[in-house]
Design a protein around this ligand. Structure first.
Ligand SMILES: NC(=O)N[C@@H](CC(=O)O)C(=O)O
Ligand SMILES: [Zn+2]
Ligand SMILES: [Zn+2]
Length: 346
């Protein structure tokens, strides 16, 4: 039995840090594990321009705990009126690593998102020309479509056409949750990849309703049937370079989650790498963890691999029922459960 594993330092290719006190409280959880993270721009109001994004990056850098080496990679929030030249300028100045497409009203913080992808085709053409990746929250917002089908219908109605229209555009299909998405990515061109969260590898939709309604398992895209979870596990550990780590850690206070209209988002940051390691261990694929966590992402983005390493030990420990962030209680993913792996202190 393998009792410890050392891998190249991983990155988180999909992360919500929020801002202000919440950002300062949650950032250390990420920075202790990951060398870099793609920081999502869905603040309220969203960060849509170069200057605001550079300022946000400055606030994050100022909050990195002493002794930790961490680089935030910033993203541009696309709206119906985004100017292609602004996106290109932000990219050439090294502020925007990628741009994020939220279909308007698809998820938390997406009210200013794109109402019709045709409106941003000039931006996407520019991104394609300069090699800048497009990150997509891939769900239709049509409320006639069942919530469990919104990702699959997005592929049919939007993504398959986009991939055909922009054959050179690098696209990351974020936080995929279905067999349909996994297969679409596998069958698609080299320019198409996907991130997979820990929650979608660990839970299926039953978890949201186990013995009562469980708001801390509610996120978007919502967890699906077991067959989808199993397919995500298969592709994550398959060794395919098209899939990589993206936690989608999305902190919300207990009050905002445990409410008559609770927010979508799971706070996976505290034990993210342990959570993924448990999956790879259960799938007898610990030898493939490093590719998923530390190599496939930077290779797709065209960035160097991290230099350092981390070590995980087989050591069972119980996750806290709640943590405190910015004076609020916040419930982490795996709250109260045992995890069999622990990141070594270095
Ligand atoms: N995943 C979520 O359920 N929530 C995210 C937004 C997102 O990534 O869709 C958030 O910002 O809270
Ligand atoms: Zn999303
Ligand atoms: Zn997200």
């Amino acid at each position: 039995m393998i009792n410890s594993i050392t891998i190249r330092r991983p990155d988180d290719w999909h992360l919500h840090l929020r801002d202000g006190d919440m950002m300062r409280a949650v950032l250390p959880y990420t920075a202790r594990q990951f060398g870099r993270a793609i920081v999502m721009p869905n603040l309220s109001p969203p960060v849509t321009d170069v200057e605001k994004t550079a300022a946000y990056r400055g606030r994050i850098i100022a909050a990195i705990p002493a002794g930790l080496d961490f680089t935030p990679l910033m993203t541009c929030y696309l709206t119906d009126t985004t100017d292609p030249m602004d996106v290109a300028r932000g990219h050439s100045e090294g502020v925007f690593v990628a741009a994020k497409l939220y279909p308007a009203h698809a998820t938390t913080g997406s009210a200013h998102g794109v109402t019709d992808i045709a409106k941003i085709y000039p931006v996407l053409e520019k991104m394609q020309a300069i090699g800048m990746p497009l990150l997509i929250h891939g769900e239709v917002t049509d409320h006639h479509v069942d919530i469990f089908d919104r990702e699959a219908v997005f592929i049919e109605r939007t993504l398959s056409k986009l991939v055909r229209d922009m054959p050179e555009l690098k696209i990351v299909f974020e936080h995929i949750t279905t067999r349909d998405a996994a297969d679409f990515v596998i069958d698609g061109p080299e320019t198409l990849a996907a991130t997979i969260t820990p929650q979608h590898l660990h839970i299926n939709r039953n978890a949201i309703f186990a013995g009562g309604i469980r708001p801390h398992f509610y996120c978007l895209p919502i967890a699906k049937r077991e067959e989808h979870r199993l397919r995500l596990r298969e592709v994550a550990v398959s060794g395919s370079r098209k899939f990589f780590l993206g936690t989608d850690s999305a902190p919300h206070s207990v009050g905002a989650k445990e409410s008559a209209c609770g927010c979508a988002g799971i706070f996976g940051a505290p034990y993210a790498i342990e959570s993924y390691t448990a999956v790879f261990d259960e799938e007898n694929a610990l030898d493939r963890l490093e590719a998923f966590a530390s190599e496939n992402g930077p290779r797709f983005y065209g960035l160097p691999l991290n230099e350092g390493t981390i070590t995980l030990h087989r050591q069972s420990h119980q996750v806290e029922e709640k943590l405190t962030a910015a004076g609020e209680d916040i419930v982490p993913f795996h709250a109260g459960e045992e995890i069999n792996w622990r990141l070594g202190l270095k």
